[in-house]
Design a protein around this ligand. Structure first.
Ligand SMILES: [Cu+2]
Length: 203
């Protein structure tokens, strides 16, 4: 074998490796984040968002999400969307609902309706909207609006896995018990193969 071909294959291997690294950083790798509450227990149902420098704060036009109503409850109880997302409010019940929010993030009202309202509601400002129904007082949900495409909600183990580019970012955690006026708890996040832990202080 001539030395040049050894060089060439080494170069090919090196460039394939660089290409793999580039692909991983451009498309993101799964990062698990675990939220632990002040009692040391996993926090289920917390909104987790990761702010990555250089990403568009607003969702592309046409981005849709859904907040349904089933058995006189909002489903899901907590919806996280990127700023600019249009949210549909389909009513799967046989009774009619009257959905509203007084929150500064997005005040709106969809008067007594059945089925899916023709126009979705666009959530164009970061923050949290608390939803209610005029007919059923016990119906309650939140829509948490974030300026990043990287977000999720923690599961029963307090965990969520989000595809983020490799690097140093900020992670923010918000949950309904904090109240809609609070932005949530924020800390630095450095991507790692192990879960990044966010510990919440006592409320
Ligand atoms: Cu209702």
């Amino acid at each position: 074998m001539r030395p040049t071909s050894v060089h060439a294959s080494a170069r090919r291997a090196a460039s394939a490796c660089l290409l793999a690294l580039w692909a991983a950083s451009a498309h993101g790798a799964p990062q698990t984040i675990q939220v632990i509450n002040f009692e040391g227990q996993p926090q289920v149902g917390a909104a987790v968002s990761v702010m990555v420098r250089g990403t568009r704060p607003a969702a592309p036009p046409g981005t849709l999400a859904e907040m349904g109503q089933r058995q006189r409850a909002f489903v899901p109880a907590l919806l996280v969307v990127q700023t600019g997302t249009a949210v549909n409010f389909p009513n799967f019940d046989t009774v009619r609902h009257h959905v509203y929010s007084f929150s500064p993030t997005k005040p709106f009202e969809i008067k007594l309706y059945a089925g899916t309202p023709a126009a979705p509601v666009v959530f164009d400002k970061a923050g949290t909207a608390t939803l209610g129904c005029n007919i059923h007082d016990r119906m309650l949900a939140h829509i948490h609006v974030v300026d990043t495409p990287f977000f999720g909600v923690t599961d029963a183990l307090g965990r969520v896995t989000i595809d983020v580019p490799d690097g140093e970012h900020r992670v923010r955690v918000w949950m309904p018990a904090m109240g809609e006026g609070r932005p949530g708890v924020e800390q630095a996040l450095r991507t790692a193969s192990t879960p990044v832990i966010v510990r919440l202080a006592a409320p």
